[in-house]
Design a protein around this ligand. Structure first.
Ligand code: PMV
Length: 373
């Protein structure tokens, strides 16, 4: 067991984002001239061998999991310190090296299907033979814990293939290729993860449309892994079955989660982490009502609250996986992480959102300092 010290800030600058959140200006596949424009990919020239590189980061859903599947909004945080990377080069035979499987592509087990789908669909689009590559995957994102492992790995593969092909993909193009792999991984997928693993800022996501969430005060979170995994497909199917039986009740819960999500967007915009925590607390109860919590998740949530968190909830599809807690500051983060570990959490991470108040950044003359408010 370990509690890692604060990993640094996860909310970056918005500079590369258009109003819609994505650069939609490139419609075709764009041969790139400058590898630095590749959105996280670069081109490496080895000794006569070309290697394509790609990476993407993890994510944590702050609010709106499950309800997002029914059209409600969700908020997702980028976890820049948790990374998946892919490196790919042309080879005589397809071969993959990863923590989950190492061997020929042709005999890869079924749990590799999402990543193989990412490889196949991107290779087909980009004129690379998917059965004639050697792929090496590395990841610090825990597998099946709701932190975006599958989407980040797929995004890293798509970017690596594009890099090998010398093509610069737009965010939207990468998203649509990753989304094909996500459908294989999870069945029905809202598309949230595929956007989140590419975003440098927190996003509000609704019905396929991501927008950047404004943050005016630093906000610190602790993530704790219960050490158990839950199947996203099983959790999503479970909620769907409950909705078949009790449509009005589930729709009411979805509506309540939607309201809580937008309340958190508002709270981050006014710098009120206590209110963020209250909404998270209510959301956990509603998710438990939908049947996607577990005794391990409930115990870790309770321990976080007891240790001084403003609020805590399961994050991701549930039935296992991780808890996300919002805490007053870095110091309290250590206490909360220790309390979560004491009731069984196997790993914890601390991460912060930093202010990204774009209006103030772009219009300095209109700047209102905190102490003037
Ligand atoms: O297991 P995760 O973190 O990838 O959760 C997916 C979030 C859900 O809302 C449960 C499903 C979805 O497609 O949005």
């Amino acid at each position: 067991m370990r509690h890692s010290a604060p990993h640094g800030d996860i909310s970056g600058s918005s500079a590369q984002w258009s109003d819609s959140g994505f650069d939609q200006s490139l419609t075709g596949w764009d041969r790139f001239a400058d590898p630095l424009l590749g959105g996280g990919v670069g081109k490496v020239a080895g000794s006569g061998v070309e290697t394509g590189l790609g990476s993407a980061h993890g994510k944590a859903i702050l609010l709106g999991e499950h309800s997002v599947v029914y059209g409600a909004p969700a908020i997702v945080l980028p976890l820049l310190d948790l990374q998946a990377t892919a490196s790919i080069r042309r080879a005589r035979r397809g071969f993959i090296t990863s923590d989950l499987y190492t061997g020929p592509l042709a005999t890869a087990p079924i749990h590799m299907d999402p990543v193989l789908t990412a490889l196949r669909v991107s290779a087909e689009q980009l004129d690379v033979r998917p059965d004639r590559v050697e792929l090496i995957l590395r990841s610090t994102i825990p597998f099946e814990r709701g932190l975006g492992s599958s989407a980040a790995t797929s995004a890293a593969v798509v970017r690596a293939v594009a890099n090998l092909a010398g093509v610069r993909l737009t965010e939207a193009q990468t998203h649509s290729l990753v989304q094909e792999a996500e459908h294989v991984a999870h069945g029905t997928s809202s598309g949230l993860d595929a956007h989140a693993v590419q975003s440098m800022t927190p996003l509000r996501f609704q019905q396929g449309k991501p927008t950047t969430v404004k943050v005016v005060e630093k906000c610190t979170f602790v993530i704790a892994d219960t050490g158990t995994s839950g199947s996203t497909a099983a959790a999503v199917d479970g909620v769907s079955m409950l909705r078949d039986i009790q449509p009005r009740v589930v729709d009411r819960v979805v509506e309540d989660l939607a309201n809580l999500t937008d309340d958190v967007v508002y709270s981050l915009g006014i710098g009120d982490p206590i209110r963020v925590g209250q909404s998270m607390h209510e959301a956990h109860s509603l998710l438990a009502y939908l049947g996607v919590s577990s005794p391990a998740l409930d115990a870790v949530v309770a321990a976080a609250l007891e240790a001084g968190a403003y609020g805590a909830k399961l994050t991701g599809s549930g039935l296992g996986g991780c808890v996300l807690a919002v805490v007053p500051d870095q110091e309290q983060a250590g206490d909360v992480a220790a309390a979560m570990t004491a009731v069984g959490a196997t790993r914890t991470w601390t991460t912060s959102l930093i202010p990204n108040d774009f209006d103030l950044m772009t219009a300095p003359t209109a700047r209102v300092r905190k102490e003037d408010r």
